[in-house]
Design a protein around this ligand. Sequence first.
Ligand code: SF4
Ligand code: SF4
Ligand code: FES
Length: 237
Amino acid sequence: MKLLIKRFNNQKVWFDEFNVDFKEDETILELLDRINRKKRDIAYRSFCRSSICGTCTVKVNDKTVLACKAKVKDLIQNEELIIEPVDRSKVIRDLVVDHEYIEKSIKENRLWFEDEIRSDIENLQTPEELAKYDKQTDCIMCMACYFECEALDYKQAFAGPFIFTKYYRFVFDSRDKSDKQQRIELAKEHGLYDCINCQKCVMVCPKGITSAFDIKALQANDKNPPVQDFGFETNFF
Ligand code: SF4
Ligand code: SF4
Ligand code: FES
């Protein structure tokens, strides 16, 4: 098969081309490792190799994937594979992009327990209480949803899908004693109502998290929703 890898070295952008064997069940990360054993100068990130650390997100044949999870056989098209850095990101080198946004946005959105959970007692929850937000705790902050999110093309202030999934995780956790409406007001300052419902976040999440629905759930729990301005008179009767 033909493999193209996008390169960047601070001065120029180019593609390296390889003719490589197609290996059944090989992941994108294993393929990159195989190439790098020969070439040795392609920069890409990986750590856990098991869909936990969230560092290895890349774009393959126009789809944002976790390199350690996605299989070559599921992405190859016409015997060709194009591996590029993800969209909507600052490229540092080759396939490595800046992840600073994660820490910055977690801080700006105060995504932690505001009132400390006491460490001297058990903070018990019922299975039903846990089930309300359990799925959202699977987020590994790989940012695949963010890199695909179309709202970011129109609204620079939009915090991104995974940030709202984090909001959901605290708003629906019974152990979090902070003022839920205050959390939602902060989410509104960061674009809670700017989602355009394109569903890209749902399609790409490697953990099966549905951020678009988390956003809707947060909106539904907003006690002070904004008045919708459609830009025309809606009172026809
Ligand atoms: S919601 Fe999914 S795609 Fe988005 S950062 Fe979390 S794990 Fe990655
Ligand atoms: S559904 Fe909303 S949050 Fe998800 S990718 Fe589309 S615009 Fe972004
Ligand atoms: S290497 Fe950790 S998620 Fe892929």
